[in-house]
Ligand binder design. Structure first.
Ligand code: PXG
Length: 460
């Protein structure tokens, strides 16, 4: 157990100093300064405490990353031991070290056999920056340097650095002045909002065919890769219809376009499979990873490459002019190794698939299946979204769905549960170690928050 944190200062004192020095993520800073952020001081298992001593069940694994929950002593011990042994070294100038080698051995033992190599980064955004360079370099090596264009999706999220945000399809991020050349976008497969009269299967195929149309419009000889999250995370935890991925894979293969899966959220057991593309049944050429790789205890990401790509780059590519000071950082690698060992040896991924995942979804269907505010329950494993709807028959959404969802999230905080709001969807992605009792508490407190929201929306 962590010792209870004794705040040395008053909450408003922390808040004033926070306001004096920080620009927070995705927020109107002036408005946040007026309100004052919650000051989180301690974590244990699925629970967090703030500086006022209030306890929260963290239904979002931090930012979709604390697979093992908070306060794992095996991870802190691994970090401390590695810091004593070799706190820093790198993979430049013909050197390497055991921590990163052992991590990669374990990582590739968990991945399907057609992946062989990885380039480590510090984050998911960087993994996608590296992706663009690696994919373009691959085509250069194969004698097709004109294959440069990356196709992403509207409302996709691939990170906040310049190129990663350009690959993503968050228009409000593009408007901040961050576009790069040779990137195109197609629509997202969000049937509930955009499917109209089509069945999910028809809509999924239609969205996938947009990729073919875009490739033909741009010229297949110019298109390097297609990047997508197996399911959209930050964009609203949106699962594509079943018809989507097989068709996308067919198109990528047919036009010799690399299929790049962003597994930053989906990876490391979230769906009950080790990687989300395994749940959806397709075979990407590259995987961008981060978050759950270390359970968020230290920053680490990476770009995983298929044997085919790695073989071309290694055997025929010569020098790959790329490198980060902290690629494969020994302490992050030691923590990632301990994290993956725990996920494997404690049977946590299997437990999500066979026990806690089905349990959570049965519970959600029981509680929200006929709820007047909820039009759809999506997800699998320890991953779920509740869609707010004004009219279930026509799938008409509320004009103010964003405000309603934010309100629901605020009610959640009041009730002592952290859930995420995106547009009109409430998202849950608790730590993979969640017990049935903790999932009961998560759903129960979420129900109270949703009921309170339904009253405001005139639905209860
Ligand atoms: N790809 C995907 C699919 C992501 O979800 C990134 C890349 C970028 O990773 P880094 O490590 O650079 O942040 C992400 C990050 C949210 C939320 O509230 C989601 C992310 C980050 C912060 C908040 O949904 N995803």
């Amino acid at each position: 157990m962590n010792l209870p944190f004794e705040p040395q200062r008053q909450t408003r004192d922390y808040q004033a100093s926070d306001a004096a020095h920080h620009i927070h993520a995705f927020v109107d800073q002036k408005a946040l300064n007026a309100e004052g952020p919650r000051v989180m001081v301690r974590g244990e298992g699925l629970y967090l405490w703030d500086s006022e001593g209030k306890r929260y069940l963290d239904g979002m694994s931090g930012l979709w990353c604390t697979q093992l929950g908070y306060g794992r002593k095996d991870l802190t011990a691994a970090a401390a031991a590695q810091m004593d042994q070799l706190a820093y070294y790198n993979m430049f100038f013909h050197t390497t070290h055991p921590a990163v080698i052992e991590l990669s051995e374990l990582l590739f033992s968990l991945l399907p056999g057609h992946y062989s190599h990885v380039i480590y980064t510090n984050s998911g955004s960087e993994a996608n920056e590296v992706l663009i360079r690696t994919v373009r370099r691959y085509w250069q090596v194969l004698g097709k340097p004109q294959k440069k264009i990356m196709i992403g999706r509207w409302n996709g999220y691939h990170g906040s650095t310049l190129a990663a945000s350009a690959l993503g399809g968050m228009k409000f991020m593009h408007e901040m002045g961050g576009l790069i050349p040779d990137v195109a976008h197609i629509d997202e497969p969000y049937w509930y909002a955009q499917g109209g009269e089509l069945t999910p299967a028809e809509f999924g195929r239609r969205c996938a065919l947009q990729l073919e149309e875009k490739i033909l419009e741009l010229g297949a000889q110019n298109v390097a890769g297609f990047i997508a999250e197996p399911f959209q995370g930050a964009g609203g935890m949106i699962f594509p219809p079943e018809s989507y991925w097989p068709e996308i894979q067919r198109i990528c293969r047919q036009y010799d376009v690399l299929l790049c899966a962003d597994e930053v959220i989906g990876g490391f057991g979230r769906t009950g499979e080790w990687f989300a593309h395994q749940y959806f049944g397709f075979e990407p050429d590259t995987l961008s990873i981060a978050k759950g790789l270390t359970s968020g205890y230290l920053p680490m990401g990476g770009l995983v490459l298929s044997k085919r790509m790695a073989e071309a780059l290694v055997e025929r590519g010569g020098v790959f002019a790329h490198g980060l000071t902290y690629s494969g950082h020994p302490v992050a690698a030691a923590v990632a190794l301990a994290n993956l060992k725990a996920l494997r040896d404690e049977g946590i991924v299997r437990q999500v698939k066979d026990d806690t995942g089905p349990y959570l979804h049965a519970l959600l269907h029981e509680v929200f299946g006929n709820h007047p505010l909820i039009g759809e329950i999506q997800g699998t494993g320890l991953l779920a979204a509740l869609q707010f709807v004004e009219d279930k028959g026509t799938r008409k959404r509320f004009a103010n769905e964003n405000d309603l969802a934010w309100q629901c999230r605020t009610f959640g905080f009041e009730e002592g549960v952290i859930i995420r709001s995106t547009l009109g969807r409430m998202i849950m992605a608790p730590a993979l170690v969640a017990s049935r009792a903790e999932l009961d508490e998560l759903v129960d407190k979420t129900r109270i928050a949703v009921d309170r929201t339904a009253r405001i929306a005139g639905k209860l």
